[in-house]
Design a protein around this ligand. Structure first.
Ligand code: NAD
Length: 409
């Protein structure tokens, strides 16, 4: 099933609980704008390559569009649309005043030199500059993009517009107005939600064994934070394989090894990439790509909890099966919203020129995530439904209300 269909399935499932009219439901399933461009980049060998690029904007009734840009060989319009739609839902789940957006370039960035990657980042901004901006649409990093890519994008945007506009992009380097805590925000937010859930369940993170899939920006921080709160990380994977240790991996050492050697397969003995899915653990944390938990991959999954740090890691069919097995799935639109929450704090700092200390960021992030969890969990309990359906229902009702107030539906 295509990624965007997953989104519409979630909307359909939650529409009644959200009290949406048919017209409102239809409006929520349609992007406002699908922008496409072919980006030409001069390569180091003197030739020119062309890459397909997208920016998709989804419902700005609650505020400007907001969402990351990924560089990935499989990024396409369907995937980017689904991710944009999820951003719309996510911002509403955690109550921050943004709509949804996502960008993508179909490229394998590992095959580009540093100079070529910079040229690609600048070409992206030149193509879409008219539709970006602090009050219009605010990008951020996503898979295989990082603060340095954001710095080049900001620089290009300011060259075009001729003024300083730090709030046009988030996830920037600190030296350019990036926020403290942005690098760990997604993982910190996810852990805040997990701790709130465990308080309800009378579980302590230190009693847990954990398997983490993916060791990029989000997964590595999540593994670190989980190890820090005393959980035993028994499996940790990247695209080269799975590191396993039933008594608990030395997460810091493994990640340091990956930083130096690029891949876990060069750090130690690895099991196949899929082995992480059948690790004996209490908690599974998908933090790689979409659709990793499918009917055909969850047979060996034995965890009681799933914390979705990746976007769209579980297919709707697998979701139903996991619910039947009594697995509590903390959905992506809640679990990984810490990144966009701190992006919001960065945007406020960029607009006001104020600088917030690390403690202020951490306190506000924890409050934002805990209160979002509380609202979602209460709604789920009241309506006897899953956390995902509750999160979608709450978010969609908030967006529909904003559309009604504006007279759009
Ligand atoms: P990233 O590019 O930094 O890392 C991706 C990681 O996944 C890499 O370690 C890669 O080796 C690994 N990977 C790829 N295929 C794999 C496979 N088959 N098995 C195991 N590992 C595999 O990306 P990221 O920013 O960490 O994002 C990861 C996920 O989290 C994405 O779904 C992204 O949309 C989501 N997310 C990230 C943030 C953030 O702030 N970084 C915020 C919200 C959601």
């Amino acid at each position: 099933m295509a990624a965007f269909e997953h989104f519409t399935e979630h909307v359909n499932a939650a529409a009644k609980l959200a009290g949406l009219s048919e017209k409102e439901r239809k409006a929520l399933e349609k992007p406002d704008r699908v922008l496409r461009a072919d980006l030409e980049v001069a390569l180091d060998d003197g030739s020119t390559a062309t890459f397909s690029a997208y920016r998709i904007q989804f419902n700005n009734a609650r505020g400007p569009y907001k969402g990351g840009i990924r560089f990935h060989p499989e990024a396409d319009e369907d995937e980017v649309s689904a991710l944009a739609a999820m951003m719309m839902v996510k911002c509403a789940v955690v109550g921050i005043p943004f709509g949804g957006a996502k960008g993508g370039v179909t490229v394998d960035p590992k095959k580009l030199s540093t100079r070529e990657r910079e040229a690609l980042a600048r070409a992206y901004v030149r193509a879409f500059a008219g539709d970006l901006g602090p009050d219009q649409d605010i990008p951020a990093p996503d898979v295989y993009t990082n603060p340095s890519v954001m710095a080049h994008m900001l620089d290009e945007y300011e060259k075009i517009t001729g003024k300083s506009q730090p709030a046009m992009i988030t996830g920037k380097p600190i030296a350019l107005g990036g926020s403290l805590g942005r690098d760990t925000a997604t993982a910190d937010g996810a852990i805040a939600v997990l701790e709130a859930l465990f308080e309800d369940e009378g579980v302590h993170a230190s009693e847990l064994t954990v398997a983490v899939q993916g060791a990029g920006n989000a997964g590595s921080q999540a593994a670190r934070r989980l190890a820090h709160v005393g959980a035993k990380v028994v499996a940790l994977s990247d695209s080269s394989g799975t590191l396993e240790d039933a008594v608990g991996l030395d997460v810091a050492a493994m990640l340091e090894g990956k930083e130096q050697k690029k891949e876990f397969s060069a750090v130690g003995k690895v099991a196949p990439v899929e082995a992480v899915l059948s690790a004996k653990a209490d908690l599974f944390v998908p933090a790689a790509l979409e659709e990793q938990l499918r009917e055909d991959t969850i047979g060996g999954l034995s965890t009681r909890y799933v914390l979705e740090i990746a976007n769209g890691p579980t297919t709707p069919e697998a979701d139903v099966l996991l619910a039947k097995r009594g697995v509590t799935v903390v959905p992506d639109v809640l679990a990984n919203a810490g990144g966009v929450a701190v992006s919001y704090f960065e945007w406020i700092q960029g607009r006001t020129g104020d600088r917030w200390g690390k403690e202020a960021i951490e306190t506000r992030l924890t409050e934002t995530m805990r209160s979002a969890y509380r609202e979602v969990a209460n709604f789920a309990k009241e309506h006897d439904t899953t956390l995902r359906e509750a999160a979608y229902a709450l978010a969609l009702s908030r967006i529909a209300e904003a559309m009604r107030e504006r007279g759009r539906v």
